[in-house]
Design a protein around this ligand. Structure first.
Ligand code: PLP
Length: 232
């Protein structure tokens, strides 16, 4: 199967899940996670109509964004852990950052985004460490409100919602409590008025995430096949 065929299958899975969940067709947006994949594969997906792409590493995103400048409607999402000193590299390219998880990162992104001339505020999601201590990235649930307020206080940022990466589970169904927990946090922190987007669900569990209320799913392997190893 080529990228266009895999993409069509992923979209079909989403449509089916939307229908089962009683949600409007195409109410969930697909982010094609292209980390470690060649730009040729991104071009294939773009040619097949895909517009939103997710990357995890600052240098890789910057390189690809420059190589793919000629694709006018391509939107980049940053979905990896972002070190503060890399914010200036990625901000000029981004449509959305999914992984704000601290006050210092919020301030640095806000500062860099405010310096961007001619573009609107950078759309921002706050990543929550939904399973607690075992998780390495994301802000602690008890710190969430403070981070949300810090994002709202930055004119360069536009608060759009929440994101989570639950621990790897054996079955998709085991991810459900984590997705339900993110949705419940949204409800206790201002609801969909304040936090319209929920970024959750990947190749293995996108159906469960859509049932639980995801508005953005981040799908890599189902679209591009297995990822090459990370080198250097
Ligand atoms: C790699 C990655 C994905 C995509 O994972 P697949 O299982 O390949 O769909 C989604 N979200 C994040 C944060 C990732 O790092």
């Amino acid at each position: 199967m080529n990228v266009a065929e895999r993409l069509a299958r992923a979209r079909e899975r989403m449509r089916h899940a939307e229908e089962l969940a009683g949600r409007a067709p195409q109410s969930v947006r697909l982010i094609a996670v292209s980390k470690l994949q060649p730009v040729a594969a991104i071009r294939e997906a773009y040619a097949a109509g895909q517009r939103d792409f997710g990357e995890n590493y600052a240098q890789e995103l910057t390189r690809k964004a420059e190589e793919l400048r000629d694709l006018p409607e391509l939107h980049w999402h940053f979905i990896g852990h972002l070190q503060r000193n890399k914010a200036r590299l990625v901000v000029p390219h981004l449509d959305m950052i999914h992984t704000i998880d601290s006050l210092p990162l919020t301030q640095e992104l806000g500062r860099r985004a405010a310096q961007q001339k001619g573009s609107g505020p950078l759309r921002a999601l706050v990543e929550v460490s939904i399973a607690g201590e075992a998780e390495k990235s994301g802000c602690a649930i008890e710190d969430l409100e403070a981070v949300l307020r810090a994002v709202e206080a930055e004119p360069g940022l536009e608060l759009c919602g929440l994101m989570c990466v639950p621990p790897v589970t054996r079955t998709p169904e085991e991810a459900r409590p984590h997705f339900d927990a993110l949705r419940a946090l949204r409800d206790t922190h201002g609801g969909s008025q304040r936090l319209p987007e929920l970024s959750m669900g990947m190749t293995a569990d996108l159906e469960v995430a859509i049932e639980a209320g995801a508005t953005l799913v981040r799908v890599g392997t189902a679209i591009f096949g297995p990822r090459p190893e990370r080198s250097g």
